[in-house]
Design a protein around this ligand. Structure first.
Ligand SMILES: [Zn+2]
Length: 196
């Protein structure tokens, strides 16, 4: 299933607006925890003593991959996020950006539980939108283009934006950043080659 027409453009714009609100430059790494704070979303992890010890042990020791985070609606308004603190920092940042994308897009949710394949209980369209926006939040298309012009590898992009190499590769490919950069460089080369 494809994203609805115009969504990618909206996601690009929304991500840049959110970055501006956070005071985070388009080419700087974004802190999704600061984003949660800005939107009044409290973040808890599985060390919270209110959680049943047996369940926590299951989710942190036996099957650590089944649970990344949950976005839990709170009445009368707002939500909290519970995250699995044993995951590596870059994965947690990505999960947090994903959950915050649901918040920013005002997705109607009951209880979104994220595992390795996204939120299991949510519909596919909502998941694709959250994935797209979280990518734009962490590595905006505009930033990916800048990185491409700098000739950065996926690893360099990952290090700079503090995301996984897989996320960096996806952003560099999906935004056509390298293709655009190569075309521009070719064009410049051709122009230089023309005798004055
Ligand atoms: Zn989700």
């Amino acid at each position: 299933m494809a994203l609805r027409r115009g969504f990618k453009k909206e996601a690009k714009e929304l991500a840049l607006e959110v970055r501006a609100e956070l005071g985070t430059d388009v080419f700087a790494p974004l802190d999704p925890y600061a984003l949660a704070e800005l939107y009044g979303i409290d973040v808890y992890d599985l060390r919270n003593p209110v959680l049943p010890a047996e369940s926590v042990r299951y989710l942190t020791e036996e099957r650590p991959n089944v649970f990344s985070a949950a976005l839990v609606p709170m009445t009368p308004s707002g939500a909290i996020i519970i995250e699995n603190h044993i995951h590596p920092p870059r994965r947690r940042r990505s999960t947090m950006a994903h959950e915050m994308a649901h918040v920013l897009l005002e997705h109607k949710f009951g209880f979104l539980l994220t595992d390795e394949s996204g939120c299991r209980t949510a519909v596919r369209e909502i998941e694709e939108e959250a994935a797209e926006l979280s990518g734009e939040l962490l590595v905006p298309a505009e930033a990916a283009r800048t990185a491409a012009f700098k000739g950065w590898s996926d690893q360099t992009v990952a290090r700079h934006f503090d995301v996984s190499v897989a996320m960096a590769r996806w952003r560099m490919n999906v935004t056509a950043a390298r293709r655009i950069a190569c075309r521009a460089i070719d064009r410049a080369r051709r122009q230089r080659a023309v005798p004055a």
